[in-house]
Write a protein that binds this ligand. Sequence first.
Ligand code: ADP
Ligand code: SF4
Ligand code: MG
Length: 340
Amino acid sequence: MDAMQNENELLTVRNLVKHFDISGGLLDQLAFRKGKIVREKTIVKALNGVSISIKPGETLGVVGESGCGKSTLARVILGLYRPNSGEIRYRNSRIDSLSHREMLPFRANMQMIFQDPYASLNPRMTVARTLEEPIRFHKPSIAAREVQQKVADVMDQVGVDPTWSSRYPHEFSGGQRQRISIARALMVDPEFIVADEPVSALDVSIQAQILNLLMEAQQKRGLTYMLITHDLSVVQYFATRVAVLYLGTVCEEAKTAELFESPRHPYTRALLAAIPKLGVKEAKHIKLKGEVPTPINLPPGCVFHKRCPFADERCEKEVPIRHEHESHVIACHAVEEGRI
Ligand SMILES: Nc1ncnc2c1ncn2[C@@H]1O[C@H](COP(=O)(O)OP(=O)(O)O)[C@@H](O)[C@H]1O
Ligand code: SF4
Ligand SMILES: [Mg+2]
């Protein structure tokens, strides 16, 4: 896999691995095997060699079932978790092994919006203080009056009345709180925003308004997004390209229209086949038959083989490697062999 970043890419992630050791204390680790007491670690294999890239101005949708590693990927990219291995490049700088202090200039350019705006806003801080905080932290030399003006401008941009800046989060509706979270992310004029399930906690009637607001901000400010969701209709509406994640592995990546028109990977096919047919008023949530996957005891070979109708012996032993196939990037033996 290439070590260098393509000049056209804002963010490049290569072979990213993040495992969590949840073994607990020594007593928790002891197990009885074949008549002997042995010590066993319990490792959650959240990311197992993820590779993605994002070009300036585009929206990469990252989609997958709950627990497949979406939030972990976001957190590792933003430096909140350190990866076990792999590379992250932002504008051609390696950022995966920076100290907290070295990461700061990047953090101002890379902001995050979370799923639950109530949990991510400090209930004891007014909106004004919430919005001032990131700018005071990242750009302390800016004059107080300028900061106040910026708070008013950004509130106006996200559709929250600036005269309400002395109110507290609980005084707003869920949709307005998410607007305030977006405002907080915009205060430092970032280039790149990771939105982790930004509309999943909101009423369906509000979801489109918030997505439209994110799109407007993207057009006005030339922002680049990584949009994480378990909801296929959100990526279809919003993303330029889509990466499909399964048990910490990207199984397929393609332009949004191409992915939805001709999914190639068996998992993507299964996801899209599970979408309710037209005329059925149901969200495109991912529903798949088969054993619920767990990242603790990952199967060998292809992580999807236990649920895959095309699996053969090779799939049970050998991890498929990403390859290009008709403008999709896919990790599947059957596609590579031309079996499907
Ligand atoms: N800090 C952590 N410690 C231990 N396990 C974690 C931690 N964060 C996430 N995990 C585990 O990693 C897996 C992926 O989680 P997550 O990235 O939150 O998935 P998603 O966002 O796709 O639902 C899950 O099995 C989750 O329990
Ligand atoms: S590699 Fe094999 S098991 Fe995995 S998706 Fe392809 S056909 Fe199915
Ligand atoms: Mg998540």
